[in-house]
Design a protein around this ligand. Structure first.
Ligand code: DUC
Ligand code: ZN
Ligand code: ZN
Length: 470
């Protein structure tokens, strides 16, 4: 037993002073401060007491968008399930949903099996899978139904990366029709990859090969256009659609418009699109900008993107913050693109920092505490069929709990982070607040600035259908 005493429990509904009684793996009870049960539990010595006075007690973070060990851009994402989930735990994230990848021509089942093999027995925290469909064909469509029954209830399609992951409009429509009949959620990478490849090729032919051209050749309009197109296809198919890593005002406007008409259109954004920009980060001196190459790209600070995205998080046009954690080292990985930005592996690592970074939105007055918890834990659980077990501090839920110290101070650095990366996209960021204690299904993973977990603590999560439809 554990008793988390004296803290403020945060949920989307509000803030309450409550003690939390934790059993073997589950939350047993929420107790009024100084309740008899809390007193006797504390006195009889049967429970470990965790002092949360002046601290926030929040449901463990759920990052619904990670890519551990992703084979991509001629290399592999540098975090394994072991290193990446341990880093997540350090940052107060207790569940990830990673993307298993089916490439064009590959069998969906076999691809998924290889992801199970990579993750099993290696994870520090609980994990589920979405499947990336790189080839929507008859066999893949049939397999979708089976996977939904087996707890893989969401599928990502790409309107970008022709020849790698790309689906054309017909394939997208067919997958959406299937989702409409089996209850799955289609997750969309919305960028017009066909047009982007033309623009990128023209830039490279002019000798514009530095990392910043990665951003310049993927204009926001092409995210806006793809977002609009995917919404129309979803409406025709009668299926919900969820936009991953939304970065641009143009895309947000299309999501907001569809939502104002009551449609089942949802979106997430990521910390990099809220804080980092094209000029200073992607355009950093020399080759340093390569560390910020991700897709969609960082947007210019001259336009309205950052402010619009924070507003979208407040209005719920953006329902979730994920990381799109897809780390690559500078050495030998990002360096593949020294001569040409098109060869830089796309991705930024950040699974460790999401709770801290979005908490800075609370500090800056962009978001409420309730909304921090809602966008980083509760809605992710609801959107992806985990709510009740995850995303909430309530009796019967898994005891995935973070004690967060609002007075803590941290500075992000490659020297202190736990991700397997040789640089940090967040180097020098000052964080007001700190993850103090992390429980995962009742087990202490982080306390006293030490890691107490072990490889294999994390279990596979069979998910239900989305619980978030309007
Ligand atoms: N974007 C990235 O930056 N990396 C992985 C895949 C993606 O869509
Ligand atoms: Zn994507
Ligand atoms: Zn991704």
């Amino acid at each position: 037993m554990k008793l988390i005493k004296g803290g403020s429990v945060i949920s989307p509904q509000g803030i309450q002073e409550l003690d939390v009684l934790v059993g073997e793996e589950k939350i047993e009870a929420l107790l009024a401060p100084d309740s008899e049960l809390a007193k006797t539990t504390a006195e009889n010595g049967n429970a470990e007491i965790i002092d949360a006075s002046d601290k926030y007690v929040v449901p463990g973070g759920i990052d619904v968008h990670t890519h551990m060990e992703l084979p991509f851009g001629g290399t592999f994402a540098s975090d394994t399930f072991e290193t990446g989930t341990r880093a997540a735990a350090w940052g107060g994230t207790t569940t990830i949903i990673d993307f298993a990848v089916q490439r064009t021509g590959e069998n969906v089942r076999e691809s998924l099996d290889s992801w199970f093999t990579k993750a099993e027995g290696n994870c520090a925290i609980d994990y589920g899978f979405h499947v990336i469909l790189g080839g929507v064909d008859e066999q893949a469509l049939k397999e979708m139904d089976i996977l939904v029954d087996e707890g893989i209830t969401s599928f990502k399609l790409f309107m970008a990366y022709p020849g790698v992951f790309y689906s054309d409009d017909g394939q997208i429509l067919r997958a959406m029709q299937q989702a409409s009949s089996n209850g799955a959620l289609i997750m969309m990478h919305a960028e017009n990859g066909i047009a982007i490849d033309v623009i990128a090729e023209q830039a490279a032919a002019r000798g514009q090969t530095d990392p910043i051209y990665h951003g310049i050749t993927r204009p926001p309009k092409l995210e806006g256009e793809a977002t609009y197109r995917a919404i129309q296809l979803a409406l025709v198919a009668g299926a919900p659609v969820y936009f991953v890593h939304l970065s641009a005002s143009e895309a947000l406007a299309n999501v907001a418009e569809a939502r104002s008409q009551g449609h089942n259109v949802f979106a997430e954004t990521c910390p990099q699109y809220l804080y980092l920009n094209l000029e200073e980060h992607l355009g950093a001196k020399g080759f340093a900008g390569a560390g910020y190459v991700c897709s969609p790209p960082l947007r210019t600070k001259e336009e309205t993107h950052h402010g619009d995205l924070w507003r979208g998080l407040r209005t719920n046009d953006l329902s979730i913050v994920s990381t799109d954690h897809c780390p690559f080292c500078m050495k030998e990985q990002k360096e593949l693109g020294l001569e040409d930005f098109r060869d830089i592996p796309n991705g930024i690592g950040g699974v460790e920092h999401r709770m801290d970074l979005i908490y800075q939105g609370v500090v800056a007055g962009e978001l409420s505490l309730e909304r921090w918890v809602e966008t980083c834990s509760t809605t992710p659980a609801r959107m992806f069929g985990l709510y009740g077990q995850k995303g909430v501090i309530a009796p019967g839920a898994d005891a995935d709990i973070v004690v967060y110290d609002p007075k803590g101070k941290t500075k992000i650095s490659v020297d202190t982070h736990h991700m397997n990366m040789d640089y940090s996209a967040w180097e020098g960021f000052e964080i007001n607040g700190a993850v103090e204690t992390v429980l995962s299904r009742g087990k202490t993973l982080i306390a006293d600035k030490k890691y107490h977990g072990a490889k294999g603590d994390g279990k596979y999560l069979k998910r239900g259908l989305t619980q978030y439809l309007r």
